[in-house]
Design a protein around this ligand. Structure first.
Ligand code: AMP
Ligand code: ZN
Length: 438
């Protein structure tokens, strides 16, 4: 069953295989740590995780790098407004993001790379672009000259007439109708963090960090680069231009981009004031995994509309699935084999996760459900352990009662039964306790 992924470069589903053996180089654009991430952002990070799990279930080792944008227009503005140092300000949101990742069962990246730890690499690539005269210096910074990179606009399908040749944009975020030379480096301003560079003290523009870090950790070309669809322009267009103009090689083989979480027909976005964070949904009595379940109900290339009703339905379904998992019998080997093929067929079709979810609901045996959970990531395997422990604890209490009644033979039978499950009973002054046999 070949793995098919929709490649935003070709706008087609293509068979995916890594360039080098069994290892996939994977770069995921991470969050800007200027605030709590919202559940829209988290939809994209769950999608990254589903893709990563799919690759792993196909037998690949995934080398995943995710950047943390901790210096850009938004982080600098946020730090200034709160009267904090940039580092203190961003570290708080970085920690909060990593806690969200953990609570959503998103597998951690091999590395989370901060922009501020890679200023040297960004200076290096900017310097190369200047020397190649693809970039130029102005009063306020170093700009990438889009007219010098012949493929500029190809990725986001911009027509030549839409490019504003000779015009410049210095802000980190801008729209498609403003396709023009963009800042690689911004010269020092009053009360802003800055770093020394051969072409003048300052700080990087946003886009350069991903080109610099992807090349540093994963080389060129990498197999897969992900993000939300809003990153196609300008961020990913600019990443391609920077890396390919600097090094003369292909940057990325597959761009895989996730659709948005919408609310009330609009993209969820801080700038629109229509966001919810994980803390917000928790304060209404939901768990993080209820949101994860909700995202599994839509394909990654379809927009997903958030409502409280749909989150409630996801919570109910998840609880039901937990119940089903606990009471499910062991699966027969033949059934399990068939299920594995069906599941892989679904997810290898450009991540048909809703189909995988439907298969789980149809499954009868526990092993099928747990196999699917390697993709779904709902923590159903942990459920099994908790239940096992509850059962052992019950047995332990029963043994205590028997001992008090001096029914030694029956008490010993229970001890042996517990031992079979890999636990020793320790009779302590505080009562009997279980210890795992190591
Ligand atoms: P940012 O912190 O703004 O750089 O965004 C982090 C990630 O979240 C990027 O991959 C964005 O494309 C993605 N993102 C932002 N808004 C949404 C949304 N409403 N739905 C899904 N992904 C989003
Ligand atoms: Zn990026």
């Amino acid at each position: 069953m070949p793995l098919k992924l929709y490649n935003a470069l070709s706008r087609k589903k293509e068979n995916f295989k890594p360039l080098k053996g069994k290892t996939v180089s994977f770069y995921a654009c991470g969050p800007t740590v200027y605030d709590f991430v919202h559940i829209g952002n988290l939809r994209t990070f769950i999608f990254d995780d589903l893709l990563r799990r799919t690759l792993e279930l196909n037998g690949y080792r995934v080398r995943e790098i995710m950047n943390l944008t901790d210096v850009d227009d938004k982080t600098i503005r946020g730090a200034k407004d709160s009267g904090k140092k940039l580092k203190d300000y961003t570290l708080f949101y970085e920690k909060s993001f990593l806690a969200d990742v953990d609570s959503l069962n998103i597998l951690p990246s091999e590395k989370y790379t901060r922009a501020t730890d890679h200023i040297r690499e960004m200076i290096k690539i900017t310097d190369i672009l200047l020397k190649k005269q693809v970039a130029y210096k102005t009063k306020d910074g170093i700009y990438f000259d889009i007219s010098k990179f012949k493929n500029y606009g190809k990725f986001s399908r911009l027509k030549a007439r839409e490019l504003k040749i000779g015009a410049r944009v210095s802000s980190d975020e801008y729209e498609k109708n403003n396709a023009q030379d963009f800042a690689l480096w911004k010269f020092k301003k009053e009360n802003e963090p800055s770093w020394a560079a051969p072409f003048g003290e300052g700080r990087p523009g946003w886009h350069i960090e991903c080109s610099a870090m992807s090349v540093k950790y994963l080389g060129m070309p990498i197999d897969i680069h992900t993000g939300g669809v809003d990153l196609i322009f300008p961020h990913h267009e600019n990443e391609i231009a920077q890396a390919e103009a600097a090094y003369g090689k292909k940057f990325v083989r597959f761009f895989v981009e996730g659709e948005h979480l919408n609310i009330g027909g609009k993209k969820m976005a801080k700038s629109l004031g229509n966001i919810y964070t994980l803390q917000d949904i928790q304060s209404r009595g939901f768990e993080s995994l209820d949101f994860r379940y909700l995202t599994l109900t839509a394909r990654y290339r379809s927009p997903l509309s958030f409502t409280w009703e749909s989150l409630s339905a996801a919570r109910n379904a998840r609880k039901k699935l937990e119940g089903k998992t606990i009471s499910a019998p062991k699966s027969g080997a033949k059934v399990l084999r068939k299920f594995r093929v069906e599941l892989l067929t679904a997810i290898n079709d450009d991540l048909n996760i809703p189909k995988a979810l439907a298969l789980v609901w149809k499954a009868k045996g526990k092993d099928e459900i747990l196999y699917a959970d390697k993709i779904l990531g709902l923590g159903l395997d942990k459920l099994k352990k908790v239940r096992a422990n509850i059962e052992l604890e019950k047995l332990l209490r029963k043994r205590e009662v028997l001992r008090k009644g001096k029914k030694w033979r029956e008490a010993d039978a229970i001890r042996n039964r517990i031992l079979e499950d890999g636990y020793i009973i320790e009779d302590t002054p505080g009562g009997a306790k279980l210890r795992k046999v190591s």
